[in-house]
Design a protein around this ligand. Sequence first.
Ligand code: BGC
Length: 406
Amino acid sequence: MKKIKFITITIIINLLLSSCGSTPMANEIGTNTVAQKPSATAEEAPQSYEQSSANARIDDGRTVVGISMPDKLLERWNHDGIFLKEHFEKEGCEVILKYADNLIDTQISDIRSMIDGGADLLVITAVDGAALSSVLDKAKSQGIKIIAYDRLLMNSPSVDYYVSYDNYKVGVLQAEYVISALRLEKSSRTKTIEFVTGDPVDNNARYFYQGAVDTLMPYFENGRLSVRSNQKGFYETSTAQWSTDIAQQRLQIILNSYYPENVRLDAVLCANDSTALGATRALESDYSGKNSVVVTGQDADVANIYSIIEGKQSMTVFKALRDESVVAVALGLSILSDEAPDGELIKRSGWDFTCSYNTTDYDNGSKIIPSYLLSPITITKDNLEKELFDTGYYARNGSGLIYAVE
Ligand code: BGC
């Protein structure tokens, strides 16, 4: 069963916070201090932290974190996996990191093997948010804590917390960009848009869609915007597995069916960058109009940053993965030290990015999951250098090639 856990990490976090003071990166969680996980008892803790000693546990020297990621095909999950692993390891945890190749069964067996491997904490980004209930219940019954990472885990009371970006706002930002780029406020002509939304088994996809549709609704209602294909619903515009190829094929069919020569398409609202890649390819191969079509995205994948620089994609929504993992690690450490983290975690962490604590909006069908939500931003050609490169999230190598900094 469960390994015996270690001295409350609150002590360590507090020590780090108090001793680090003005260390360079406020969003860095700490150093190797916890790695030499003390077999100390609370009594050995410094006097001033005595009040935390109630949480102290006997230590067997191991704290195991299982990180279950959906797939390696999309750029972002590779980075998330690396960031999470590195941050947890820096804090002295052992990490089991697995990728599920986008297969539900593989993810279930990955999580089972993490439970068997002695996991104390699971950080999970689900392939299918609703398919993990029983393995989550099994974990819970063994006292393992569970954080849903980026995608909400559905229909399970066993989930402890959710860390993500404000997913609804992602859709809002995409739609606001379209409204401004197409000058819908002033337009006298009806502009045309098509939707390429995300994977329907990913709970986030609906939030992205809803944020976009709610924001665009007034323009559909006043006739300044229309969908020629009439494919407007979430499911009919969805893209299985967020696949570039599926997005491309669907848009090619739409272009050939509804946008013959001289029929103008003004925008394609793509939910993320993998679907945006498909859309830009479809536009290149199958759109005969001469106008440049507005294409949205999300993630700031490297291929899409090039696409924005080249003018093929208009914008992306950036969600700094490093920051998201910093929140998940701080939360994980807090849970492991038997705290019941809430908004205070944000206050005392002193992160240099925006994060809010939400206890109302993320209902997983079993209960409302307390959530830590970061804030996404719009990236265009105009602010890309400042927001992505000057901030150090991305860099160029000696040959000028762009890479995400890990
Ligand atoms: C994430 C996006 C990502 C998409 C496809 C969503 O759950 O929030 O950032 O683009 O999955 O992997």
